[in-house]
Design a protein around this ligand. Structure first.
Ligand code: 9GP
Length: 789
């Protein structure tokens, strides 16, 4: 990498006729990116050739939330510091890249997990390449106006993108009923750390086969002249902004089929170049991981493509089944995809036909196994004009896995119960993970240096289990060093929040942070209620020893999710109240940061003291934010849910703040008949807090009891025609949550003891590396090679 600056100089000259120091930030970004791509070209080609010579795996995902690439790529190449110094010599601050947009081609957990897995596979030398969609507009940018969320389109490619190479020569066509489009691949290099291995993320962009209709143009039909172009480009125009909610729209189905078909054609092309028309090696050489149900039409599409090669249905199905495996990421009914059969027939009739063949095959197989009619009915892939994608994936794949221990148990006992009874050998657990390169090395160099000093080398970068060595050196001096680093990160975050959101916060206060997508099941509203409870208690003089606390929220709501948007407004109203009340303004501060994204997260997770993970037990499949916070020494204030349970297992429950109903409690409450209204009426403190939604304390635009806050109140206390009252058990969990929060606040005053807990968390975070997770996938599901560290 020694001549990277020379390459940069040449690139700057040839692209812009400028010297390095004359480039604008986006020009520098493009030039340096191109220079880096030139530098890694040989290693990339060698890795591709190696992958092609062995059994390999593909990660099919509609989302890859990659974040900002520049710093991460330089970091993984081990040249970040050198480049920083060399740029400085030219008078350029490397922080200019802070102005470059994130590649936000994902909504949240699932998309970020896909990005961490690519990163880990590259580092762990797993021959895994990603396939996805090159959305023109990624996840919307969020502005907060008058406390409300406002969405703005994310035009992330407007200054071009140096990390993707367009591969026009490998374009394929994809056909829908009445429409055929071109799928053009863009390849992104995924750079491993302490290895020469480089993997590939191939993203498909939809384009028209005929861009312009001159006939129509000559007839002055200008719209029709570009109609084919627009119709094609619309397919990959925008990422659907829903997290944990399925949207049964034609365009969404087109997106899914588009990238599945293009990716499979690509794999087939490569395969045929090796083996011609002999498909007997296909499943031996290729494994495809389906990231949630979004890519599940890959199964019938692979069957279709193989049948086009002359195979019969049964042979083709056997190959597809041996090739594919499915990861489930949610138990929420509204997120499990169920396509209307009519819609499928309208868009991809051939695929629908093959799904029906698969569905019939399943019923025959179940009959042969002697399964009862009742159970067979519950397992139907096509039922009442609806295609159940999770069922299709479970049947037509080798494995199905959940993403945390509890979640996998829930799949087995509940969501996919019948399937587990018939095919128990297919079920696996693969607890999620995060990459320590981005989420510690890059975002917290100060803590990384301390860890390197204590562990004796920086090998934790490729083997996070080495963190356990820290357990032996948690002494007073190390705790002080840790606390000093945390303080520095808190100061940095305060400066950043001031710059981005114009709010001043006190770095000496506790940072209690909840950042994630806004969803009722994640219960940001519970956090808001707890703050209001504490606010009233402080005003009544009931919390004399309260340590000042800054509550930081960051969350995007799906644009069509009215309740989530109401909760954002409610939090902002609380901020207005407590931040300006003379009785509380020095003790409580509430900040809703705008446009929470990967880059903001990098600054937030490092500065947190408390990590809020408050989902209703059983509903957060895993969570990965919880792991990022833990790795940076924040203590989890959370429920017995998802990976929180494993975090507490690893670090010891005494080193976290775990509270509230467990899955068993929720089940019991449901059976007994949970009555939130009774609890609310019996507890004046709860009533006072919940009633701030309707008693005029806050303003949701002068709606006076008729607006979105009143709707929230009604949903909690009375329920609606479609949902029972307090569906997510806020009122049940509120009292214990408040007490746990107050206990954490008290504990924080003992800085040594609290710091010790933080270090114990870091020392026991090794399990949560995505390197561990990806090697488990490689060993247990894909049966590919991997690096032995
Ligand atoms: O909600 C889950 C989250 O708990 C999990 O950590 C993440 C990655 O496995 O997936 C999320 N699910 C989705 O985004 C949609 O199913």
């Amino acid at each position: 990498m020694s001549n990277i600056m020379e390459k940069l100089e040449l690139t700057a000259q040839s692209m812009y006729c400028k010297k390095i120091e004359e480039l604008t930030p986006s020009e520098l970004h493009l030039s340096l990116g191109k220079a880096v791509m030139g530098e890694i070209a040989d290693n990339w080609a060698a890795s591709k050739a190696k992958h092609n010579s062995e059994r390999r795996a593909y990660y099919f995902s509609a989302e890859f939330l990659m974040g900002r690439m520049m710093y991460n790529n330089l970091y993984c190449l081990g040249i970040l510091d050198d480049v920083k110094k060399m740029l400085k010599k030219k008078g350029v601050d490397i922080n200019v890249f802070e102005d470059i947009d994130d590649a936000a081609l994902g909504n949240g957990g699932l998309g970020r997990l896909a990005a961490c897995y690519l990163d880990s596979a590259a580092t762990m030398e797993v021959p895994l390449d990603g396939y996805g969609i090159r959305y023109k507009y990624g996840l919307f940018k969020q502005l907060i106006k008058d406390g409300y969320q406002v969405e703005v389109a994310d035009d992330w490619q407007r200054f071009d993108d140096p990390w993707c190479l367009r591969r026009e020569d490998e374009a394929v066509t994809v056909s829908f009923k009445g429409q055929t489009v071109k799928a053009v691949p863009y390849d992104m290099a995924v750079i491993g750390c302490k290895t020469t291995n480089i993997n590939t993320l191939r993203l498909w962009q939809a384009e028209a086969i005929n861009e312009f209709d001159f006939q129509a143009f000559n007839n002055t039909e200008y719209n029709r002249a570009v109609q084919e172009k627009n119709d094609a480009e619309n397919i990959t125009k925008v990422l659907y902004p829903n997290d944990n909610k399925y949207e049964g729209k034609v365009l969404r189905l087109k997106q899914q089929y588009f990238f599945c078909s293009a990716s499979l054609q690509d794999i087939m092309r490569r395969y045929k170049a090796k083996h011609g028309n002999d498909f007997s090696f296909f499943a031996k050489e290729n494994a495809i991981q389906l990231n949630d149900t979004h890519p599940v039409c890959s199964i019938p599409e692979l069957v279709r493509l193989l049948m086009n090669e002359g195979m019969n249905f049964d042979e083709a199905f056997e190959i597809a089944r041996k090739t594919c495996a499915y990861t489930n990421h949610t138990v929420l009914g509204e997120a499990l995809e169920k396509w209307h059969a009519d819609l499928m027939m309208q868009v991809i009739p051939e695929i629908y036909h093959i799904i029906c063949l698969i569905a019939n095959k399943l019923q025959e197989e179940l009959t042969a196994k002697g399964i009862s009619e009742d159970m067979k009915a519950k397992m139907r892939i096509v039922d009442a004009n609806t295609v159940h994608m999770a069922r299709l994936a479970t049947y037509a794949g080798t494995y199905v896995n959940g993403v945390a221990k509890l979640h996998t148990e829930i799949l087995k006992d509940d969501v996919l119960k019948e399937w587990y009874q018939v095919y128990p050998e297919r079920f696996q657990n693969k607890t999620n993970g995060i990459t320590q390169r981005r989420w510690l090395g890059l975002c917290n160099p100060e803590l990384a240096a301390l860890i390197t000093e204590k562990v004796g080398s920086d090998n934790w970068l490729i083997d996070l289990s080495l963190l356990s060595k820290l357990n032996d050196c948690i002494d007073a001096k190390t705790i002080t060093k840790f606390n000093t680093i945390k303080k520095k990160k808190k100061v940095q975050l305060a400066e950043y929040i001031k710059k981005m959101d114009g709010v001043e916060i006190n770095p000496d206060s506790i940072y209690d942070i909840q950042v994630k997508r806004l969803h009722e099941y994640k219960r940001q509203l519970l956090n808001a209620f707890s703050i209001m409870t504490i606010y009233f208690r402080i005003k009544e003089g009931k919390l004399p020893n309260w340590t000042p606390t800054t509550f930081i929220f960051g969350a995007k709501a799906a644009p069509g999710y009215a309740r989530a948007k109401a909760i954002i407004k409610y939090i902002n109203e609380i901020a207005d109240l407590v931040n300006n009340d003379p009785d509380t303004k020095d003790k409580l501060k509430v900040v809703f940061i705008s446009n929470y994204n990967v880059s903001y997260a990098e600054k937030i997770v490092v500065a947190a003291d408390l990590s809020e993970q408050t989902s209703t037990a059983g509903l957060e499949a895993s969570g990965t934010g919880n792991m990022k916070f833990m790795l940076n020494g924040a203590l989890t204030l959370g429920t017995y849910d998802g990976a929180n349970i494993e975090i507490a297992e690893c670090a010891g429950e005494e080193n976290e703040y775990i509270f509230g109903a467990r899955v068993e409690d929720i089940e019991r409450l449901k059976k007994e008949g949970y009555d939130p209204k009774k609890l609310y009426e019996a507890n004046p403190e709860i009533k006072k807090v919940v009633d701030t939604l309707i008693d005029g304390t806050f303003d949701d635009d002068g709606a006076q009891g008729e607006g979105s806050f009143a709707e929230l109140h009604n949903a909690l206390i009375n329920g609606t025609s479609w949902q029972e009252a307090d569906h997510y058990f806020h009122i049940y969990d509120l009292p214990l949550y408040v007490e746990t929060k107050i206990r954490a606040n008290k504990d924080y005053a003992n800085r040594k003891e609290f710091g010790k807990k933080c270090l114990i968390n870091i020392a026991n975070a090794g399990k949560f590396s995505s390197d561990r997770a990806i090697v488990e996938y490689a060993k247990d599901i894909w049966h590919t090679s991997y690096r032995k560290v």
